[in-house]
Write a protein that binds this ligand. Structure first.
Ligand code: SF4
Length: 167
């Protein structure tokens, strides 16, 4: 979805978004039930999840002697073993769907070094292109929506439940 902004080569060389410090484990991708079943059937039969209400989080693997947690779906040589089937959170990162004053917003995580090197205008164009699909996905899977954090610039705002408008 973000091909304009992030090439597969960029992501393959970085993989920062598949590794988490303990204080940003809250950013691990949301896995809804159908996707959890698919992961177990098609990608990783021994995968473990942490239940969070109606959805799941991937149980990350702690690196020995470091405050680093790795996604078990990350292959050091090939990247994410799910390829184009990866969770929606991963597909749109560094954009994140958040809620501010009852409205969904598409925000930018400040942590992606590749996107941080791009022109902000180009980042905004990509966010606007992704917003409608992101908000529709969030309607279907509300667990994808996180509370707003004020260090995440807002790049698009949902106008109403049925119609999106972009800033
Ligand atoms: S599911 Fe794939 S893209 Fe998402 S964090 Fe895990 S390895 Fe990375």
């Amino acid at each position: 979805m973000l091909e304009r902004l992030l090439s597969k080569a960029d992501c393959a060389a970085c993989r920062l978004c598949c590794k988490f410090d303990s204080y940003d484990l809250w950013q691990t991708p949301v896995i809804y039930k159908t996707l959890a079943s698919r992961i177990l059937q098609e990608y990783s039969p021994r995968m473990e999840f942490v239940k969070r209400g109606e959805h799941f989080l991937i149980k990350m693997e702690k690196e020995q002697g470091a405050d680093v947690y790795l996604c078990p779906l990350l292959d050091e040589d090939k990247g994410c073993i799910m390829g184009d089937d990866k969770p929606f959170d991963c597909e749109i990162w560094p954009f994140m769907i958040m809620e501010l004053c009852g409205r969904k917003v598409l925000t930018l995580s400040p942590a992606c070094p590749v996107v941080n090197s791009k022109k902000f205008d180009d980042v905004c164009i990509s966010a606007q292109a992704a917003a409608a699909e992101a908000f529709a996905m969030a309607d279907e899977h509300p667990e994808l929506v996180r509370p707003y954090l004020d260090d995440h610039p807002i790049l698009a705002v949902e106008k109403s439940r049925y119609k999106n408008t972009l800033i």
